[in-house]
Design a protein around this ligand. Sequence first.
Ligand code: ADP
Length: 479
Amino acid sequence: MKIAMIASEVSPFAKTGGLADVLGTLSVVVGRLGHEVCVITPAYRSVLQGNFPVRETAFKLSVAIAGRRQEATVLEASLGKRTPAYLIRADHYFDREFLYGPPAGDYPDNAERFSFFCHAALELLRQWPVEIVHCHDWQAALAIILLKAQPARYAEIAAPKTVFTIHNLGFQGIFRQADWPLLNLDTAFFTPAYLEFFGNINFLKGALLFADKITTVSPSYAREIMSAEQGFGLEGVVRQRAADLVGILNGVDYHQWNPWMDPYLAHHYGETSLTRKGACKEELRRKLGLPDKSDTPIIGMISRLTPQKGFDLVQSIFDVLMQRDVQIVLLGSGAPQYEEFFRSATSRYPDRVAVRIGFDEPLAHRIEAGADLFLMPSLYEPCGLNQMFSLKYGTIPIVRAVGGLKDTVQPYDGVAETGTGFVFKPYNPQALLDVIDQSLTVFRDKRAWTALQRRAMAMDFSWDRSAKRYVDLYRQLVN
Ligand code: ADP
């Protein structure tokens, strides 16, 4: 099959979260399964200034938008050995410091930027027709809407089947009605039966209605988004499409996330050489200026700092947690109130807390290797990747039982000697504190702890199985 994946982030070209990891790997693995895959994504500043081997192509694109014609060129790079990535270059839109906007808020022209991106991607597909168009998240949603709502405009693309993947229903691409002309869509589609959402335009809603199949990134999340609690107002639309919705768990790229061969680590280890994990812990402490208290467990966190990730719970237990014998290492950026909270925590507890605000891939790997526990108390979590990385690194996850966290971490049971992590359910501070206390008790029992680490490290979430499920879905559509 010939498949185009359209997404606003693809690792290694640009990344703010798990979407980029998924695109960078899924596309390559589907290619390896014998299909012809290309990925289409914007050429952001990180691409223009990065060290990626990119080539100019002969493709020239022209899109009518906002009352003028906007031109774009197309750069080509490779993912893996045989998957081309086409990077849409329109510097006016994408040569900016951030992908979506500075921490304080989104760029005001995001409707135009991503409408342009989707139009340009379809212009490219006129010259590279495919059988499956697979779009990811709201930034790529309009490509499906345009194809399905106005197929005659895209006759050359020959009515491909469409798949839409929800990586996070919390981001929908909601814009004012005044932006409607940017979509180049008949106003008949601005009604509650289509893209209208309480008087605004909702890109993601349109893709949910028009896509042939919908996927999301874990089986639990597929169920949860049908509820008012986690549907973000779209639960009715999701339920309407339930027969075409499937949850396929994300995988991990174990070439990048593997303590045996991680290039960012000074010491490599596996299930039978866990003392070298201890050396990674020392190294992490040295790097972050934490005193060496070898028996004290380190709890790691790597995250966007947003309410979604449960940081209000972390804030409310923080001072009580500091009465325990633990050190905290946090890497992240996001909401100013959380950045400020963690910055001030380092001055209040300089020997116990190390915080790095920013995005730092090498440090993320070193935290995964050097920490003993990894904390993800998310309010909601479509899949989550860090808990899966943590398992492989023998860094025991403490998670809330939602979405992909629930699907990937099995609760510890000391009697049966089963489980791979510590799991709590009610979203309240006491429940979080209780589960952390449970983890600290087990940590002190070295025999039980090592057995737990080995069970965690033996878990396998490689992409092959999940990629095959996507391919089965594509097959259902083209046959
Ligand atoms: P989400 O996509 O909701 O942000 P995921 O757990 O699915 O969460 O994926 C997050 C990805 O981004 C992981 O690869 C994680 O390691 C990475 N990441 C998040 N914050 C940072 C950071 N500050 N520095 C480096 N990597 C980060």
